[in-house]
Design a binder for this molecule. Structure first.
Ligand code: F6P
Length: 327
């Protein structure tokens, strides 16, 4: 049963799309309807909210989408919403459309926006962690991360075939913005020789170290996964290698936006479904301004203040695993 106060829930996706966002939209919609709420889908993230691009959703509106990548609600990175005027516009649209609680599916910036909206207008916002980067504190995994990991591993397996055949060194650049989860864990899963991540940004000595470790022994080919970075991404390291170790044949592969597409894995579909139901449960319980996360297989509620501002550390154990197994 819907609480007395909240009768209608709005749902939007914001920021970079992530596989599993559709499964989350479906879960929020169906769970809300199941519990007596009206649901309104808001298109194009905060931009669409400010413009009033809003439609009431039935259970049929979210049929046949659990398996689809991207987001049926579409998404945007809104500059205007970051301003006071933008948030005021958004709040006015929420009032106009009778939406008394908002579920935002997105990454760090999107949930930070939800937090500001909630605080400015004493309004109920619930966040779902939807980003391939896995960089939100308080949840073991974010929606989309597992699918992207699998996509990267599939690509690296293919790159390794050609790397071995030609005895080449490949620097493979993956996404992650300021976080190295994708690079570190895909390196372990793909059996790569090294990962260069923002949290432990490698310097020249470290480059030399892994060269000695991997190449000077028995290996003739080598895969290094590099987190994207405006200054020291895969191209930067490839150039250094070519200069400092001219005896090696070096290539670069930047995986780019293919990492964000594709059908979500079973893991991401289940995660999105559980978190979506968790969002409606939170509203029923009268919770507000929390991110719904998953910790040790339990749905948890993390205050926005922690989810968006605390750093999610990479376990040093993951570094040790890669270092020991890539000899
Ligand atoms: O946050 C998800 C993400 O894919 C990051 O890994 C990446 O840095 C960024 O979005 C790219 O954003 P855009 O698609 O706007 O270029």
């Amino acid at each position: 049963m819907a609480t007395q106060k909240t009768k209608c829930i709005g749902v939007l996706t914001s920021g970079g799309d992530a596989p599993g966002m559709n499964a989350a939209i479906r879960a929020v919609t169906r769970s809300a309807i199941c519990n007596g709420f009206k649901v309104k889908g808001i298109y194009r993230g905060y931009d669409g909210l400010m413009a009033g691009e809003i439609k009431e959703f039935t259970t049929e509106d979210v049929s046949n989408i659990i398996q689809r990548g991207g987001t049926i609600l579409r998404t945007a990175r809104s500059k205007e919403f970051m301003t006071v005027e933008g948030k005021t516009k958004a709040y006015q649209q929420l009032k106009k459309h009778g939406i008394d609680a908002l579920v935002v599916i997105g990454g760090n910036g999107s949930l930070a926006g939800a937090r500001e909206l909630a605080e400015m207008f004493d309004y109920t916002c619930i966040g779902l962690p939807g980003t391939i980067d896995n960089d939100l504190y308080g949840t073991d995994s974010t929606i989309g991360y597992d699918t992207t990991m699998n996509t990267i591993v599939e690509c690296v397996d293919k790159i390794r075939d050609t790397a071995q055949s030609h005895e080449r060194i490949f620097f493979v650049e993956v996404m992650g913005r300021d976080a190295g989860f994708l690079a570190q864990n895909s390196a372990i899963a793909a059996g790569a020789e090294a990962a260069i991540i923002p949290e432990y940004r490698t310097d020249d000595d470290q480059l030399a170290k892994f060269m000695e470790r991997g190449i000077r022994k028995s290996k003739k080919s080598c895969i290094v996964i590099v987190s994207e970075s405006p200054k020291c991404g895969a191209m930067y390291y490839a150039k250094r290698m070519m200069k400092e170790y001219p005896e090696f044949d070096v290539r670069v592969s930047i995986l780019g936006h293919l990492q964000r597409g594709g059908s979500p894995t079973a893991h991401d579909r289940i995660l999105a479904s559980r978190l979506g139901v968790g969002a409606v449960t939170a509203i029923l319980q009268g919770q507000r301004n929390v991110m719904v996360g998953m910790h040790q297989d339990n749905v948890v509620y993390v205050p926005f203040s922690e989810a968006v501002s605390r750093e999610k550390p990479i376990s040093p154990e993951l570094i040790k695993v890669l270092n020991e197994l890539s000899i």
